[in-house]
Every structure is written in structure tokens, then in C-alpha cells.
Design a protein around this ligand. Structure first.
Ligand code: DAT
Ligand code: MG
Length: 151
């Protein structure tokens, strides 16, 4: 099976609401491996770069302000098809439409407070990981339980 990495970030509302542990726990229990973890307060330039594909959208200025409005928790998760599976754990963009059982479906009510980011492709994952993590800030390791999760 195909192993890859994704960039997952608990947004400022998720941090302020005390949902960091809950969000990490869902990725851990699913069977993915945490390869990088750090906290920061994002500046405007970095937020604009992170969301550069959305520049020009009417909500873009609000989105940038929101992401910069408090601490975020930045993570690299690795595993089989983790980009797609991670987005399934997170749920669709608007929490109103997100299925119960997903993070946004269980904890969110508005699109502008949707708690967590997940990369939408392997390529964007690589771009986002290099934007948020310096090369030395991730950890090479393999959990001993891997054979019980992956064939
Ligand atoms: P996602 O975060 O599900 O990948 P996206 O990449 O299309 O969604 O958009 C990035 C963020 O921008 C999203 O998490 C919340 C915000 N956003 C998207 N569409 C929006 C809209 N129609 N109104 C307000 N905010 C929106
Ligand atoms: Mg996106």
C-alpha cells in the first residue's frame, strides 16, 4: 500500500477550544504516524502563501486574519493514502455539511471556523510541509506496531 505524508494543522479556533488532543487522537487511533509537531502564531505572509490558490476569493482576507488570530498546531502525518483518508477524518469544508463522525461534523458549525486544515493532494502536502517545517523539524521513526496496521 502507498505511504505518503500530509500537512495537518489545528486552526486557532481548535486550539482555543481545547480540541488539539481530540484532533491528534483521531489521527493516532486511525493508524497514522506523527512525524512532525510544532506550534506557532502564523504571520500574514505565511498565511497568504499557504492559501495562495484562494487569493482573489471574497473570503480570502477574512481567512488570512482568522489563521493569524492565535496559535496553530502544525503536524506532519504519514501513512497509507493519508492525504485522502485525512480529509475523510476532517470532513468537508463547511461543517454544516460535514458528516457526523468527522472532526468538522462533530465540532464545527461555520465554514469560517472549521477547526482544522488538511492538504488536498500529495503535491500540496509537500509544499505545505516545506512551508511550515524546516527540513530538520520532522522526525524519522517507525512505530513498533506498524505490522499490525499495515500488511
Ligand atoms: P478545505 O479547508 O476544506 O481544503 P478550501 O481549501 O477550499 O477548503 O478552503 C480553505 C479554507 O477557506 C476553508 O477551510 C475555509 C475557507 N473557505 C472556503 N470556502 C469558503 C467560503 N465559501 N466562505 C468562507 N470561507 C471559505
Ligand atoms: Mg484546501
Amino acid at each position: 500500500a502507498h505511504s505518503e505524508q500530509t500537512y495537518i494543522m489545528v486552526k486557532p479556533d481548535g486550539v482555543q477550544r481545547g480540541l488539539v488532543g481530540e484532533i491528534i487522537s483521531r489521527f493516532e487511533k486511525k493508524g497514522f504516524t506523527l512525524k512532525g509537531l510544532q506550534m506557532c502564531i502564523c504571520d500574514k505572509a505565511k498565511a497568504e502563501e499557504h492559501y495562495r490558490d484562494l487569493e482573489g476569493k471574497p473570503f480570502f482576507p477574512n481567512l488570512v486574519d482568522y489563521i493569524c488570530s492565535g496559535p496553530v498546531v502544525c503536524m506532519v502525518w504519514e501513512g497509507t493514502d493519508v492525504v485522502k483518508a485525512g480529509r475523510n477524518l476532517i470532513g468537508v469544508t463547511n461543517p454544516t455539511d460535514a458528516a457526523p463522525g468527522t472532526i468538522r461534523g462533530d465540532f464545527g458549525v461555520e465554514v469560517g471556523r472549521n477547526l482544522v486544515h488538511g492538504s488536498d493532494s500529495v503535491e500540496n502536502g509537500e509544499r505545505e510541509i516545506s512551508l511550515w517545517f524546516g527540513g530538520t523539524d520532522t522526525v524519522e521513526w517507525e512505530p513498533t506496531m506498524t505490522p499490525w496496521i499495515k500488511e
